[in-house]
Design a binder for this molecule. Structure first.
Ligand code: PEP
Length: 247
């Protein structure tokens, strides 16, 4: 039985005052019988760590460099993330793939760098609307995951995968539980072919998850929790999703 995992992705939102309220409210609503993580903007990691002291909620970042250290202005290494207590980092979010031209190989290299420093990468994969309409969903997500499997080798059993159809992110459109499950089953099968740890690996669904649709999505056989954008910015909504994951 895989314990559910719910990850909040704050994206580029927040301020010191707003975050303090959000984290305090959230801390008061837990704990849940699920693993919960908030991935916050880099400047707020230290304050998040402080605000979550004594809580079971972990924290992480939304990206990391594929490099260890050196002349990479503006980048943040996974060594640094580990140094400030991050246990997770999102890599390959579709917004980074789209706006920063991140390739499958770069995403895989970031995942490798994270794992090397004890930070669990949450590797995002997902198809665009036009790719789905062209019947390419399976080939796209398998290609994205294959780069990671190839780069990590037997260590690929240590990652978290997040299936996020691009057309469902921030749009209010959600994949039906059946659509999501079908892709999760494909990803699980791909992992089974690569590692004997596949049945214990967590595959999250992301894309307009809300309190109202979370329980049904999370009840699917291969959906092990969610990667939550917009709804993670409201205490009540995020807490309700964490509760839905706890059943
Ligand atoms: C995300 O940013 O990963 C995401 C799933 O966003 P939203 O929940 O807002 O669709």
């Amino acid at each position: 039985m895989r314990k559910k995992l719910v990850v909040g992705n704050w994206k580029m939102n927040g301020s010191r005052a707003v975050n303090a309220q959000l984290l305090a409210g959230f801390k008061d609503s837990g704990p849940w019988n699920a693993d919960v993580v908030v991935c916050v903007p880099f400047p707020y990691i230290a304050e998040t760590a402080l605000a979550l002291t004594g809580s079971a909620t972990a924290y992480g970042a939304q990206d990391c460099s594929a490099h260890e250290q050196g002349a990479f202005t503006g980048e943040v290494s996974s060594t640094m993330l580990a140094d400030v207590g991050c246990r997770y980092v999102i890599v390959g979010h579709s917004e980074r793939r789209a706006y920063h031209a991140e390739s499958d190989q770069l995403v895989a290299d970031k995942a490798k760098a994270a794992l090397a420093h004890g930070v669990t990468p949450i590797v995002c994969v997902g198809e665009t609307r036009s790719e789905r309409e062209a019947g390419q969903t399976e080939s796209v997500v398998k290609r994205q995951l294959a780069a990671v499997i190839h780069t990590l080798g037997h260590c690929c059993g240590e990652i978290v995968v997040a299936y996020e159809p691009v057309w469902a992110i921030g749009t209010g459109l959600t994949a039906t539980p059946e659509q999501a499950q079908a892709v999760h089953a494909v990803l699980r099968a791909q992992l089974h072919a690569a590692t004997d740890r596949a049945s214990s690996m967590r595959i999250l669904y992301g894309g307009s998850v809300k309190a109202e649709n979370a329980a049904e999505l999370f009840s699917q056989a291969d959906i092990d929790g969610g990667l939550i954008g917009g709804a993670s910015l409201k205490v009540g909504d995020f807490a309700a999703i964490c509760l839905a994951a706890a059943h």
